[in-house]
Write a protein that binds this ligand. Structure first.
Ligand code: SAM
Ligand code: DTB
Ligand code: SF4
Length: 327
């Protein structure tokens, strides 16, 4: 029987995170095998529906207007184009499509109406739709849900203490408020963070503490390795070593045994063997397709070959959601 705890202490999490690496992976792998269909991996594809020109100052992000990066600003995509990309991703094995917009927050305007239309049509194709559009109100979250949105991604990125070093144009509490609206609208919650920002192990432990002591754990937890992009303040950050990713994934798996843990940004720089260890440590979701939002990612075919080699299979859409009704 799976035991879900929401009362983890920082000391407990620190002990787990700092345990000898192979012991940590073994413990996480055992918990994963007891509780989940461990050979299934969710394949989610990202579409940047509105790119660049964002007002926020997230220091990792190539889409912030204030940094000189190679990202070209593009207005909101047409519904037709999104459907085309959705069909291509579905044909390659993706069961989830994540629509990302470089917005600080959602506004009640024609652009949002168009996003609702995208959501509705992609949902009708039988894909789980996830949106990540910045901050939103309860009312906006409810509209997304009504349109057929399955999940909302909104990351806390780092510890509450380190947050202001990374972003100054909003607060950690702003993030938590949006997450409450998402939860209230009964959308599936996707919330995780990034490593490689220059944070300490304590920041990582505190971030995992925030996630694992939420009243309900996030349904999915993306663990991103910073993709250092030229022109951003973090362009010269060193790539995190694989042990950091493994500790994050394994600790997240132990703390939140029933959540999907997503091996997110940073896979392009990882070997097959490194990724295999991440799956062993409890990762059961990836972003697939040649591009994340603006940066490179392994191609679908390469990932399918990796799945075959490792004996993994892509997870079907709406597996645990009996409520889902396609129109
Ligand atoms: N604008 C919305 C927001 O910030 O919530 C949605 C899109 S934003 C790009 C989604 C998430 O992508 C961020 O919260 C961050 O965790 C991740 N991200 C952005 N740039 C990244 C980078 N260079 N490396 C790793 N993760 C990144
Ligand atoms: C998440 O946690 N990672 C994805 C998704 N949610 C939206 C985004 C990664 C972006 C990496 C940088 C880029 O491609 O622009
Ligand atoms: Fe804007 Fe999101 Fe990038 Fe921050 S992470 S600059 S909010 S697109």
């Amino acid at each position: 029987m799976i035991t879900i705890r929401n009362d983890w202490t920082l000391a407990e999490i620190s002990d787990i995170y700092h345990s000898p690496l192979l012991d940590l992976i073994y413990r996480a792998a055992s918990i994963h095998r007891e509780n989940n269909a461990y050979s299934e991996v969710q394949v989610s594809s990202l579409v940047s529906i509105k790119t660049g020109g964002c007002k926020e100052d997230c220091s990792y992000c190539p889409q912030a207007a204030r940094y000189q990066t190679d990202v070209a600003v593009e207005p909101l995509m047409s519904v037709e184009k999104v459907l085309q990309l959705a069909e291509a991703a579905q044909a390659k094995g993706a069961s989830r499509l994540c629509l990302g917009a470089a917005w600080r927050e959602v506004r009640d305007n024609r652009d949002f109406d168009r996003v609702l239309e995208m959501v509705s049509q992609v949902n009708d194709m039988g894909m789980e739709v996830c949106c990540t559009l910045g901050m939103l109100t309860y009312e906006q979250a409810r509209k997304l849900k009504e349109a057929g949105c399955f999940a909302y991604n909104h990351n806390i990125d780092t510890s509450s203490e380190n947050y202001h070093n990374i972003i100054s144009t909003r607060t950690f509490d702003d993030r938590l408020n949006t997450l409450a609206h998402v939860r209230q609208a009964k959308l599936s919650v996707c919330c995780g963070g990034i490593v490689g920002l220059g944070e300490t192990d304590d920041d990582r432990i505190k971030m995992l503490h925030t996630l694992s002591t939420m009243d309900k754990h996030p349904d999915s937890v993306p663990i991103n390795a910073l993709v250092a992009v030229k022109g951003t303040p973090l362009e010269n950050n060193e790539r995190v070593t694989i042990d950091v990713m493994l500790r994050m994934i394994a600790t997240a798996r132990i703390l939140m045994p029933a959540s999907m843990v997503r091996l997110s940004a940073g896979r392009n720089e990882m070997s097959l063997a490194e990724q295999a260890l991440c799956f062993m440590a409890g990762a059961n979701s990836i972003f697939a397709g040649e591009k994340l939002l603006t940066t490179p990612n392994p191609a679908f075919d390469q990932d399918m070959q990796m799945f075959q080699l490792l004996g993994l299979t892509p997870r079907k859409a709406f597996k645990e959601n009996t409520e889902h009704q396609m129109a």
